[in-house]
Design a protein around this ligand. Structure first.
Ligand code: NAD
Ligand code: ZN
Length: 359
């Protein structure tokens, strides 16, 4: 069976395109109570961007803090309950921020029409109803969350997405001018998320012409942004990285991620490491799986003088390492893609612990 891809309905790309938001959401106000809920990263609390969103008086605005932790199921339930209790079922949700806010907006849209704790729905096709209209405006490039069909949440037991046919955004606004303020380290780590999505998507059994086409174009853009003669954070590269992120997301959506993401999820769930950073920590030690791509990654690290910490595992307890290995083990779709359907005969839980001990 081939995957049926749910794609974004409408997309606008370009500097200043955020000003087109009203024209995109106003026609949707006819549905439900006419209000829109805006979930905006707290980084923008006192920025002019909030004025550019042109909220109507009846709209509801939440500034969410993504510094402390990645999105949690508890956070989605709290937002959903507050909105339904105090404002009713809105016409739609707009998310403005990095990958964390993209996931919060997608998950919230679904949970506004689905009862019960969102942790019950972490997995594939567990949600049975469409959510409300949702539109994403990414302000960091790299995660691909603006186009992916999953809303990744950390719950009491697992870090896993709400993944169903209604998760993907109905519309997105890709305005690269919103990313100019991303701090350099974070720009690198989240940008590398895209690079790693493409390498992993192409290195596994689900690779196909569709994924490869998007992955190759995204990798070309990543190379221009991170090692080309004009590399670094500048307007031209902000434009390129936003498209690289989109294409990388499409590449992995129609294929799968692999070993690096399986380890990265363990690092995030047990130690709270941020996604892009956790990927970089893991990818740096996966030469036996991803060969020359790891060497190229090291070149990019050196080019931008990014110092990744070494020997982290010497500070971890055996319990933490086995807990991380268990999180990775519980992501069979990633291992199947990377190693084949007989992955359990190729890697054991102990071997996975060994991968964490490398870091
Ligand atoms: P983020 O959204 O977690 O934000 C990181 C930090 O950057 C925050 O402190 C935020 O306040 C700040 N920030 C946001 N925009 C900024 C801007 N323009 N200028 C300055 N600071 C800004 O970062 P991220 O790396 O984009 O996203 C990581 C999240 O994405 C993780 O929660 C991860 O699980 C998720 N993710 C989801 C998918 C998916 O397919 N759904 C894929 C990969 C990662
Ligand atoms: Zn990723």
């Amino acid at each position: 069976m081939h995957k049926i891809l749910n794609n974004i309905g409408k997309l606008v790309f370009g500097r200043g395109s955020v000003h087109q938001l009203s024209s995109m959401i106003d026609p949707i106000r006819e549905k439900n109570n006419g209000k829109f809920v805006f979930i905006v990263d707290h980084f923008f609390k006192s920025s002019s961007l909030v004025g550019d969103l042109k909220l109507k008086p009846e709209d509801v605005l939440y500034f969410e803090d993504c510094d402390v932790h990645e999105p949690t199921t508890e956070q989605i339930d709290r937002l959903r309950d507050d909105i339904l209790l105090n404002h009713g079922l809105p016409s739609g949700v707009v998310g403005v921020g990095g990958g964390s806010i993209m996931d919060i907006a997608k998950a919230l849209s679904l949970m506004l029409t689905t009862e019960g704790p969102s942790s019950d729905y972490q997995g594939l096709n567990l949600i049975k109803k469409p959510g409300v209209f949702h539109l994403g405006i990414p302000t960091i490039s790299g995660t691909g969350a603006e186009c992916s069909t999953t809303a990744v949440l950390t719950g009491p037991v697992k870090k896993l997405g709400l993944k169903c046919e209604w998760t993907v955004f109905d519309q997105i606004i890709l305005d690269p001018s919103l990313t100019h303020s991303v701090p350099r380290n974070h720009w690198f780590y989240t940008g590398m998320d895209t690079y790693i999505h493409c390498i992993e998507s192409e290195t596994g059994i689900h690779n196909n012409a569709f994924s490869r086409a998007y992955g190759e174009e995204s990798l070309k853009l990543c190379r221009e942004v991170f090692i080309g003669p004009n590399s670094g954070q500048n307007e031209e590269n902000d434009d390129k990285l936003m498209i690289a992120s989109l294409f990388g997301g499409l590449s992995l959506t129609y294929s799968e991620v692999g070993v690096c993401h399986a380890l990265s999820y363990g690092l995030s769930k047990i130690l709270g490491y941020r996604h892009g950073y956790a990927n970089c920590i893991a990818f740096n030690h996966l030469h036996d799986y991803y060969g020359d791509a790891v060497l190229e990654f090291k070149q990019m690290l050196a080019h931008h003088s990014i110092d990744l910490p070494q020997n982290l595992s010497s500070g971890w307890t055996d319990d933490q390492i086995s807990a991380m290995a268990q999180v990775s083990w519980n992501l069979p779709h990633m291992w199947i893609h990377a190693l084949g359907h007989d992955w359990e005969s190729k890697i054991s839980l102990k071997d996975m612990e060994g991968l964490f001990r490398r870091l």
